[in-house]
Design a protein around this ligand. Structure first.
Ligand SMILES: [Zn+2]
Length: 104
């Protein structure tokens, strides 16, 4: 399981598609839920687009307030999040860690 998939499933965002090319066409289809189409894909939270999506979803969660102090920031006021986390990969990694992801 990838870190992106781990977050996706922890946040209960739906089907993490198992994407395969349908043999008799160039279309792709998910082997789990059956969704299909040329644009079917799973989110990539290491892109800026993915960062935006993850940010929007995460800040609605009840744990977000606790998360934003992890790792601790220098200025502790309720609207501050570490500037270090305003970066797709670092934010993705921090959310995954907060949700219990363990590096191998
Ligand atoms: Zn699917």
């Amino acid at each position: 399981m990838t870190k992106d998939q781990y977050i996706f499933e922890k946040l209960k965002l739906g089907c993490w598609h198992d994407i395969a090319t349908v043999s008799d066409s160039d279309k792709i289809r998910c082997a789990i839920c059956g969704a299909g189409g040329v644009y079917l894909s799973n989110p990539d939270f290491t892109t800026w687009e993915g960062f935006g999506k993850l940010w929007e979803m995460a800040k609605e969660k009840e744990w977000f307030n606790a998360f934003k102090w992890e790792p601790p920031t220098e200025e502790k006021d309720n609207d501050t999040i570490s500037y270090n986390l305003i970066h797709p990969t670092r934010f993705r990694d921090a959310v995954a860690g907060f949700l219990g992801w363990e590096e191998e």
